[in-house]
Design a protein around this ligand. Structure first.
Ligand SMILES: O=C(O)c1ccccc1NCC(=O)[C@H](O)[C@H](O)COP(=O)(O)O
Length: 201
């Protein structure tokens, strides 16, 4: 079954939607963004989120001590690196934490598939060059991927079934298309999850 990550959770209402709809992962953005939350907000939202849903903390070129602090405080159960972090940065985090690491890779040219292959992260996440913009990247650039990966970047109710058939990702990740007027929309999340589960039948 394709894993489902709903990213950009920032309000208590969003947490309540997820507690009802139970996606596989919830993304908390700690980087500069309209969806950015503080560590304190993350701690509060984590305390209200169903314990079965791991929180993926999204960071961009953050001081690794800050990332590790969020792990140690139990706010995040997975780390998503969305900046220029390389394998040395990942190796450093691994020395101090056992949580799975996702490395985001912007797909803008064929050569970006080398980074998909070479990352030492547990998972890679293929995304647009502007994360959280709701825009797709050029799917024709994707070559066969022999490791578990998340597909992101403009994944929506309209294209999620096609994306699963075409790429068979480990998981799909969506944010913008699940919002109305800049906040998460329960109906859209519900339909998104329904369509993904329907593909598997
Ligand atoms: O969502 C953001 O605003 C964001 C900002 C900075 C770094 C990463 C960010 N999001 C990370 C994600 O995993 C997004 O969900 C992913 O890029 C897909 O977003 P969308 O295209 O809006 O569905």
């Amino acid at each position: 079954m394709t894993k489902i990550k709903v990213c950009g959770i920032k309000r208590l209402e969003d947490v309540e939607y997820l507690n009802e709809l139970m996606p596989d992962y919830a993304g908390f953005v700690f980087a500069q963004s309209s969806r950015q939350i503080s560590k304190e907000e993350g701690s509060f939202l984590r305390s209200r989120l169903d314990g079965m849903i791991p929180v993926v903390g999204v960071f961009v070129n953050e001081n690794p001590e800050v990332v590790l602090d969020c792990v140690e405080q139990g706010i995040v159960q997975m780390i998503q690196l969305h900046g220029e972090e390389g394998n040395n940065y990942i190796d450093f985090l691994r020395r101090y934490s056992a949580v799975p690491i996702i490395k985001s890779i912007s797909i803008t040219k064929k050569e970006d598939m080398d980074s998909v292959r070479d990352s030492t992260a547990d998972y890679v996440l293929l995304d647009n060059r502007s994360p959280g913009s709701g825009k797709k990247f050029n799917w024709d650039l994707v070559e066969k991927i022999e490791r578990p990966f998340f597909l992101a970047g403009g994944i929506s109710i309209d294209n999620v079934e096609e994306s699963i058939h075409r790429f068979k990702p480990y998981g799909v990740d969506s944010s913008s298309s699940l919002e109305t007027d800049g906040v998460k929309d329960k109906k859209k999340i519900k339909e998104f999850i329904r369509r993904i589960k329907n593909v598997e039948r």
